[in-house]
Design a binder for this molecule. Structure first.
Ligand code: HEC
Length: 106
């Protein structure tokens, strides 16, 4: 093998090691974060693991294009549903949405 080839192969291996390390530091899985936030704040009314008991809207019914509706209802509240303004932060909304979408009806 030519020395330059060895060098570039070594570099290649090194950079994939670095990328591998970076992947571990990547943002924690949004869906998992959303599940936690949901369990704490939403499950009492919307049901354990998104399984609606019928007392509140079934969140699995939200369609992919209803993110604006979701943001609006959660931020401002709706009828018996309290407003989460200042409690649920923007990035928590992203996580909650990811969790809901991951479990939505097909
Ligand atoms: C105190 C009970 C309660 C809690 C806690 C609660 N909700 Fe609700 N939620 C409701 C009720 C009741 C409705 C139905 C409102 C209606 O349409 O009259 C609702 C409706 C909704 C809707 C649909 C509103 C629409 O556009 O029709 C969304 C989205 C929603 N909730 C998200 C959440 C999320 C996310 C959380 C946790 C951060 C949460 N809710 C926590 C009671 C609750």
């Amino acid at each position: 093998m030519k020395p330059t080839l060895v060098a570039s192969l070594t570099l290649c291996a090194l950079s994939s090691l670095i990328i591998g390390a970076a992947a571990q530091d990547a943002p924690v899985d949004l869906v998992k974060v959303g599940a936690k936030t949901y369990d704490t704040n939403c499950a009492p009314c919307h049901g354990d693991k998104l399984v609606s008991s019928g007392i509140a809207f079934d969140l699995k019914r939200l369609r992919e294009d209803e993110r604006p509706r979701f943001d609006n209802s959660v931020t401002n509240g709706k009828n018996a549903m309290p407003s989460w303004r200042g409690i649920i932060k923007e990035k928590d909304l992203d996580a909650l949405w990811a969790y809901i979408r991951a479990n939505a009806y097909p």
